[in-house]
Design a protein around this ligand. Structure first.
Ligand code: AMP
Ligand code: MG
Length: 618
């Protein structure tokens, strides 16, 4: 197996790792299989596709895997879960991550695996019940040191009641992509679901456009709940369960109601600082009234979800990442990047770019991501609408039992609309603050100035777009540029080509001279801002600060394609370990692995492999 690394803390064995099943013990199961035993005694094929109502999940075991081959693990994931390094060599680990083991038996009980039920809006259209069609959760792990609880699940582990017309499997190709990008995004500091391991199922034959090998990614997250979870309950008018799931989220996924943003008066006296730094510690019953619209605890929960997603989408924009299919079932309530299909990192900067081959209207293209996430959050607002709109009556017995009356409905709807609108302002503010913070950091700035947005960010992006230059390379090359080299106009023009591709630049209407001119002009604005923030004697420090946030290695489409090709067709296993190590340490200059390969992967993207697209088939 490809390279292993020792983890910092000792960690525990899989057997000793504390495990829980808070999710299945607090939320309602599929009424057709109310207990693990009833599911376990049912033939596997009876757990196939059907409609499941009034439930958050179905108990369902993974399909046994024949001769699974562990292809790789993420050492960082092992560490974060609290597993000791070397544990991946054990039969127990290999059986677990391939779906051949779970911690339950008929006599002693334990934790039975489950698949979640949810729905979703896909490309703006209501799609009905979806659910974990090929993902099966095994248990929640608790890191003994950090106490962080993660739900560990296998993607590609067989059919479930939520598989609809599909086979419950995942192909090796898409599994490699998810395995690497999950860990790559995490290393960049972008909130994401994680990947522990990649297992090949050599005996499987999965039919997509062609027959392909199947695989399983063992992945984990603080929560796999999605906006689509609420969408389905809302579509079915299941008020009780909506309230239950919202309460579960606040109390068992987040750190309790008190940890959510305090009720903040917005409106006339709205201050950005107040919005972005809400004081914590508001008691459960504390309700603040503003302009006649009250924020109860469910509104604060809604705001927390919106704020988290605002920060995550800001990080996508700042690092040029696109999910590719931002349906509500792929939008996490915990604010994680989730469900990796036709995702990509930006090569040449192009705001209209989408990696999704089937997205003909560019609904999920780069520049639309923030507004699409907000669109999804409005759907969530509608699901929670009655809880938001009820204000301080939210715990009154009549309301809990029967909901709004005809008289109370009109005001409640108005209130809910107002609260959603106000959360929209907050989403925008949090998004912009985070985007500016990350972009400022990527450009080496220590302070923020009003004029940065226009003069530095926008002008830089317009230049990259106009000259068809690479987004992430630009930041890395800028990090390494010393101010001494760009003191005069002549100097700046002379260094401008470091941002070019091997074959030069693209775009229409530029000559070599005017292209260099445009870059030189921007470099001067940037240089002056750096001098303002750092003075003249700290350039080495500034360069180090920039290198620590601007990756040298980016998990780009063309690299993932090469990895897939080599693993699948050439039987190469080592490449996976090397690319994982680069993905986990993206800010290094070199990794001591394979120098030529490192340089190739971090260098200019081969001309015809830029801005690749994928289909949704996975
Ligand atoms: P996605 O486009 O990956 O977000 O998937 C949308 C829905 O289709 C989810 O409910 C998935 O679980 C389900 N799905 C996708 N591929 C498969 C498959 N091969 N087998 C079963 N369900 C699948
Ligand atoms: Mg999905």
């Amino acid at each position: 197996m490809a390279s292993q690394f020792s983890s910092k803390s000792a960690g525990s064995s899989l057997a000793d790792l504390p495990k829980s099943n808070v999710f299945t013990s607090k939320l309602p199961p599929d009424p057709a299989f109310e207990t693990p035993a009833s599911s376990h005694s049912a033939p596997r094929q009876t757990l196939g596709p059907r409609l499941v109502k009034g439930a958050l999940y179905t108990f369902v075991r993974p399909e046994p895997a024949e001769e699974p081959e562990l292809l790789g693990i993420s050492p960082r994931a092992m560490e974060d879960l609290g597993l000791q390094s070397g544990e991946e060599q054990t039969a127990e680990f290999r059986e677990l991550v391939s779906g051949n083991k779970f911690y339950w038996d008929e006599e002693k009980g334990g934790i039975y695996p489950w698949a979640q039920c949810y729905g979703g809006w896909q490309f703006g259209v209501w799609a009905g019940q979806l659910g974990d069609g090929r993902a099966i959760s095994l248990f929640e792990s608790i890191n003994p040191e950090t106490k962080t609880r993660y739900e560990l699940q296998l993607k590609g582990a067989g059919r479930t009641p939520y598989s609809r017309f599909a086979d419950g499997q995942a192909v090796l190709r898409s599994s490699i992509r998810e395995y690497i990008v999950s860990e790559a995004l995490n290393a960049l500091g972008v909130p994401t679901t994680r990947a522990l391991s990649l297992t090949l199922l050599p005996k499987s034959k999965v039919l997509r456009e062609r027959i392909e090998p199947g695989a399983i990614v063992a992945r984990f997250a603080e929560s796999w709940l999605r906006i689509g979870t609420f969408d389905l309950l809302h579509a079915r008018g299941d008020r009780d369960t909506i309230r239950k799931v919202a309460t579960f989220l606040a109390e068992d996924v987040f750190q309790g109601w008190e940890s959510l943003p305090a009720a903040v008066p917005l409106g006339k006296d709205q201050s950005t600082a107040a919005v972005d730094n809400p004081s914590r510690g508001v008691s459960r019953d504390e309700i603040q009234e503003h302009q006649g619209v009250e924020e109860n605890r469910f509104t604060r929960l809604y705001r927390e979800i919106a704020r988290r997603n605002a920060k995550t989408v800001a990080a996508w924009q700042a690092y040029g990442f696109m999910n590719g299919v931002l349906n509500t079932d792929n939008t996490s309530l915990y604010g994680l990047s989730i469900d990796y299909g036709p995702f990509a990192f930006m090569d040449n900067f192009d705001p209209q770019y989408t990696p999704n081959h089937d997205d003909h209207f560019l609904r999920y293209c780069y520049k639309n991501q923030p507004s699409i996430i907000w669109w999804n959050l409005v759907r969530l607002g509608e699901c929670l609408g009655e809880l938001l709109g009820a204000g301080r009556d939210v715990d009154k017995e009549d309301f809990v039992k029967d909901g709004l009356t005809e008289e109370s409905a009109e005001t409640a709807v108005k209130h809910a609309e107002k609260l959603i609108e106000r959360t929209g302002e907050e989403f925008r503010t949090v998004f912009l603050n985070e985007y500016k913070r990350l972009m400022g950091r990527r450009l080496g700035l220590k302070t923020q100035k009003e004029s940065d947005f226009q003069e530095l960010f926008s002008e830089m992006l317009d230049t990259l777009e106009a000259l068809e230059l690479d987004f992430n390379h630009f930041f890395r090359r800028l990090s390494k540029l010393s101010l001494a080299k760009i003191e005069t106009e002549e100097d700046r023009k002379a260094v401008a080509p470091i941002f070019f591709h091997i074959e030069g630049f693209g775009g229409i209407g530029y000559t070599e001279d005017s292209a260099k001119d445009r870059i030189a002009k921007w470099l001067n604005s940037w240089r002056l801002r750096i001098l303002e923030d750092w003075g003249t004697d700290h350039d080495a420090e500034r360069q180090r600060a920039m290198e620590a946030v601007n990756p040298n290695f980016v998990a780009r489409g063309w690299i993932l394609d090469e990895v897939i090709e080599r693993v699948e067709r050439k039987g190469d296993r080592e490449i996976l370990g090397r690319v994982m190590q680069m993905a986990l340490n993206p800010f290094e200059d070199e990794w001591g692995l394979d120098k030529d390969e490192e340089e190739r992967f971090c260098g200019d993207v081969p001309r015809f492999k830029r801005a690749m697209m994928c289909s949704c088939s996975s």
